[in-house]
Write a protein that binds this ligand. Structure first.
Ligand code: NAG
Ligand code: NAG
Ligand code: NAG
Ligand code: NAG
Ligand code: NAG
Length: 363
């Protein structure tokens, strides 16, 4: 009974926010953009508290910004490109000091974060805390714009989320991988928490969501380096776990769509993008898809890029534009641009049921 009442309240709230309000002066020209997740989307939130999960030193940022911003990339991250497509300014990190208006949105993502509170606890802003920050932003928007305008802004906004990499990767890196017999349960917990966060955003007025799937997690240099040199493959268990997650998320999103009126989403399938031999990558002129540009050891899978995490020595490639990975775990500016392009305007083989362009342009 209690859960039915909860379900109904979610349904009603989402239905309310789906009411179309047209012809508003504010927001005529833009749709706000809110971002949640981990290092793949973090624009520098981790610069503002004491954590080892930072990228605010050279050579991070060397190509596009020409200085380290805190982004885990040589240049831009995926939300930067999406913001440009949507004709928005760069969306700032929530924790950046200053007087934010938030009318263009804001980015809550934090390097190292997971959907589970326990993931890298103490070093990151977990998803649940990111949602609690969003709640504060909603309150501020209501104060500043009034309820009606805030509601319009929130229901027209696009909410982009990527989470899970650290929930699955961190136990492996800590040498205590989740036993196979518990995989279903563990994935259920991650998806359960992610779904709860999506519903929270929905209750606060959001309806339009974008998601990045995890894809071949075990092919990130940081995990590939853990596989013995004579085996020469990705860390297959990590990829298998990520595939379980991706399928479960796909199911959860279909379920949310059928349950929450007005709920629309774009789900990008990273598997295809990251597949070697499917030609997608070579088509995009990313010549090197195994070895990172910056780091040390095999595949430069040891996370020493920048020399600030215990190891001072590291190698750095000449041209990051030829690489898929900038450091042990994160994409280059070039790769992020290609992923963003597919998220923005890709067809149903890479993103669906909507792409981001459609989400940004439909009210
Ligand atoms: C930051 O955290 C590290 C490790 O927990 C600690 O050694 C250091 O003193 C902290 N620095 C500050 C400024 O609190
Ligand atoms: C969320 O994660 C916690 C562990 O952090 C777990 O105990 C809980 O059951 C999860 N919630 C859902 C709805 O799956
Ligand atoms: C790889 O090397 C280890 C010992 O170094 C050996 O036990 C294992 O059988 C080798 N695997 C393959 C596929 O050659
Ligand atoms: C992603 O694409 C791959 C390859 O086409 C496919 O096997 C997989 O099922 C897709 N994943 C999802 C979640 O749709
Ligand atoms: C999607 O686009 C690619 C080329 O960009 C094309 O090869 C493929 O057939 C298209 N798929 C669908 C389902 O339209």
């Amino acid at each position: 009974m209690e859960s039915l009442r909860f379900l109904l309240s979610v349904l009603l709230l989402c239905a309310n926010s789906a009411i179309q309000i047209r012809g508003h002066d504010l927001l005529k020209d833009h749709v706000a953009f809110f971002i949640f997740g981990d290092s793949i989307f973090d624009p520098g939130n981790n610069n503002y508290f004491n954590t080892s999960a930072q990228a605010n030193y050279p050579p991070y940022g060397e190509t596009f910004f020409k200085y380290p911003t805190g982004r885990f990339s040589d240049g831009r991250i995926i939300p930067d490109f999406i913001a440009e497509y949507a004709k928005l300014p760069l969306i700032p990190p929530y924790l950046q000091p200053g007087n934010h208006q938030f009318t263009y949105g804001v980015n809550f993502a934090s390097g190292g974060a997971g959907a589970l509170v326990e993931t890298n606890q103490g070093l990151v802003i977990d998803l649940k805390t990111q949602i609690s920050y969003f709640r504060k932003v909603v309150k501020l928007l209501r104060q500043n714009l009034g309820d009606a305008k805030a509601k319009t802004l929130l229901s027209r906004a696009v909410y982009l989320i990527t989470i899970g990499t650290n929930d699955y990767g961190s136990p492996i890196l800590a040498n205590s991988p989740v036993p196979k017999s518990l995989w279903d349960e563990f994935v259920g917990m991650v998806i359960g928490n992610l779904t709860a966060s999506i519903e929270d955003i929905c209750k606060l007025g959001g309806r339009k969501f974008g998601f990045l799937s995890l894809g071949q997690l075990g092919c990130r240099p940081i995990l590939r380096v853990l596989v013995p040199a004579n085996v020469s493959s990705c860390y297959e268990e990590a990829t298998a776990l990520a595939e379980l997650h991706d399928r479960a998320l796909s199911k959860a999103l279909q379920e949310l769509q059928s349950r929450l009126k007005g709920f629309k989403y774009a789900y990008q399938n990273m598997t295809l993008f990251l597949s070697e031999g499917v030609n997608d990558l070579s088509k995009y002129v990313l010549k090197e898809v195994k070895t990172a540009c910056c780091g040390s050891g095999r595949y430069r899978g040891i996370c020493s890029c920048g020399g600030k995490r215990g190891l001072t020595e590291y190698e750095l490639c000449e041209n990051p534009n030829e690489y898929l990975f900038f450091d042990c775990a994160h994409f280059t500016d070039r790769a992020n641009g290609k992923i963003a392009e597919l998220m923005w305007s890709g067809n149903s083989s890479v993103i669906g049921p909507y792409n981001l362009k459609e989400l940004f342009s439909t009210y």
